[in-house]
Design a protein around this ligand. Structure first.
Ligand code: GDP
Ligand code: MG
Length: 594
């Protein structure tokens, strides 16, 4: 199959609008997998993805259909993962833009459309779920025409679930999306756009062949690191690995280069033949992922440190958008400061660590990356509350801000405006997309958005409002460090950096939350919040004698044993700090507002 008969495309949509379902139908229609009612989210390989019904990692599948080679790259849909979306779009020449006919255009539909359009990709619009009785196809089509300037007759009407309209959509993919633009006669350039770690085979790289051809046994070099490798294996992803002798211009597939270390597979790297190393220009790199939320990660028990380190390194290979640095805490010992794209991303990462690597970890209060402009002119990055500087040395504090987009039915306008104002927002735009659908844009401090804003938006609007945000730099702000003391002893892992005006209310809320999370002990525990050594809030946890076996009457020993075992298992979630036991989730719960 020549380059002219290759199509590289993705599916983008708001979460739940049907990407994975459409991918399943395409795999069936092209005979890549046998049709079966059991085919559900075939490209979602991670347990966490199936369980939560969200796609986290972009997956790739090569399909052969009417004399064409079609490479489908499924993309994640949640707001935290737009980095993964732009990464997978770098391998595409076009996308299908899916919109759920019941829900209409959502904030991520807009964000994903803009990512695709900015990358110069052909966009094929489709309304999905037309089989549902409450689908509003005309309304959805009109939103897409107004919002993106599509013509009514170019919008496909499909049911990904039943397969209606899917063959026609696939024919449009073939006729409208251009073939890859690479040059078969030029020296090899591979774009590395994804990778994962395989226990038996080492690092598996997902690549697209931009120019030239790569064969098994070739000697290649990473332009980024100038490290040399021999191509041990390569092939197509259908979606399982199918070895080939070579991959030619325009093809998408996997290569195994014998990389042992997770950090060698740099996303966005260009790989060329070693003999051409000096004359090949690197491909434009992908924008590196920018972590927005930082938290300390510690083993529940220091003896698990080495094991946890290996697990974190492996997982970061599968998710290079996570940044990592060593860290130490007085209360928790040796650990890491990890940076994530958002809170869901953090949750998913920790869940994978626990499920796939059987790790038991403790997470500290997350924070956003603040900055301090110091008197000596330098800029200090405050990724960790324990690095909070002496305020006499600081000229100005700065906090990260985002440009947020909300799309919702206009009946929620008042409440959502109030929420944005309360979160120190600055309104940029308010437009009606249709007579009853509003798009609102706000500049908001990241710290006000990242923890619970999304949940608040959902609950205020009964789930009808959608939200997405993008990075918008930094602005001047007032910050203080809030310390937490348990029985007079400061717990560094519980410290957080907060806006000066909300220190009192956050201090009070943390104390009362901790009061509820701290297990009652045999003695009274004083919980205090302090700024600069001055206590601003306090609570106390009354003493209690706990005796779980007291619940058993009579001498049923097996039942007694079972209760004791349950208590021991419960213990794994607890961390002793000084003489107080804290629930593992105490750290995370403190920053969520009620
Ligand atoms: P994703 O988050 O975009 O990958 O969405 P999924 O493909 O996981 O779909 C979300 C939900 O919508 C699932 O429960 C699907 O079964 C359902 N769904 C997807 N497409 C259709 C459709 O055309 N009709 C109906 N009735 N349900 C659909
Ligand atoms: Mg999905």
């Amino acid at each position: 199959i020549g380059t002219d008969n290759i199509r590289n495309f993705g599916i983008v949509a708001h979460v739940d609008h049907g990407k994975s379902t459409l991918a399943d139908r395409l795999l069936e229609l092209t005979g890549t997998v046998r049709a079966s009612p059991d085919n559900k989210q075939l490209l979602d390989r991670l347990p966490v993805e199936r369980e939560r019904g969200i796609t986290v990692k972009a997956q790739t599948a090569t399909m052969l259909y009417s004399n064409h080679m079609l490479n489908l790259i499924d993309t994640p849909g949640h707001v935290d993962f737009s980095y993964e979306v732009s990464r997978s779009l770098s391998a595409c020449d076009g996308v299908i833009l899916l919109v759920d006919a019941r829900q209409g255009v959502k904030a991520q539909t807009v964000a994903n459309y803009l990512l695709a359009a900015d990358a110069g990709l052909t966009v094929i619009p489709a309304v999905n779920k037309i089989d549902l009785h409450n689908a509003d196809v005309p309304e959805t089509i009109s939103q897409m025409c107004v919002g993106f300037g599509f013509e009514e007759d170019e919008i496909h009407k499909i049911s990904a679930k039943l397969g209606t309209g899917v063959p026609d959509l696939l024919n449009t993919v073939i006729s409208n999306i251009p073939p890859p633009a690479g040059r078969p006669d030029s020296p090899l350039r591979l774009l590395l756009f994804d990778s994962w770690y395989d226990k038996y085979r080492g690092v598996v790289c997902v690549v697209t062949v931009r120019d030239g051809k790569v064969s098994r046994g070739d000697l290649v070099t990473s332009i980024h690191s100038s490290k040399k490798y021999e191509v041990a294996d390569l092939g197509l992803l259908r979606p399982q690995q199918v070895p080939q002798n070579s991959l030619s211009t325009g093809q998408v597939g996997y290569v195994i280069l014998g990389m042992k270390d997770s950090r060698e597979a740099l996303i966005g790297d260009t790989i060329c033949h070693t003999k051409c190393y000096s004359k090949v220009e690197p491909l434009p790199g992908l924008k590196p992922a920018k972590p927005m939320v930082f938290a300390g990660v510690y083993p529940m028990d220091q003896s698990e440190y080495t094991g946890l380190r290996a697990s974190i390194e492996r997982l970061i290979l599968n998710d290079s958008s996570v940044s990592s640095q060593r860290d130490t805490s007085v209360a928790l010992g040796q650990g890491w400061r990890l940076g994530f794209l958002g809170l869901l991303h953090m949750d998913v990462f920790i869940q994978r660590l626990e499920e796939e690597f059987n790790a038991s970890v403790l997470l500290t209060t997350p924070s956003v990356p603040y900055q301090a402009l110091m008197r000596d002119g330098s800029i200090l990055q405050i990724l960790n509350p324990s690095h909070f500087p002496d305020k006499n040395k600081v000229t100005e504090f700065r906090e990260p801000i985002v440009k947020g987009t909300l799309i919702f039915p206009d009946q929620y306008l008042g409440k959502l405006l109030a929420l944005c104002e309360e979160r120190r927002g600055d309104q940029q735009q308010l437009v009606y997309l249709t007579s009853s659908r509003v798009m609102l844009k706000y500049i908001l401090p990241l710290s006000e958005v990242v923890f619970d804003f999304f949940d608040q938006v959902k609950s205020i609007s009964s789930g009808y409002a959608s939200f997405d945000y993008e990075d918008a730099g930094y602005q001047k702000t007032k910050l203080v460090k809030l310390d937490i003391l348990l029985n007079g002893q400061q717990v560094d892992a519980l410290s957080c950096v907060v806006h000066a005006d909300s220190a009192y209310s956050i201090g009070r809320s943390i104390c009362s939350k901790l009061k509820d999370t701290i297990r009652r002990q045999l003695f009274e525990v004083a919980v205090q919040a302090a700024v600069g050594g001055r206590v601003i809030a306090r609570e106390s946890v009354k003493a209690l004698r706990k005796d779980v076996t007291a619940k058993c009457y009579g001498g049923d020993i097996t039942r007694k044993m079972k209760l004791l075992r349950q208590q021991r298992e419960g213990k794994k979630r607890l961390k002793r700090i000084g003489n107080v036991e804290l629930d593992r989730d105490a750290f995370l719960s403190v920053l969520k507002k009620d």
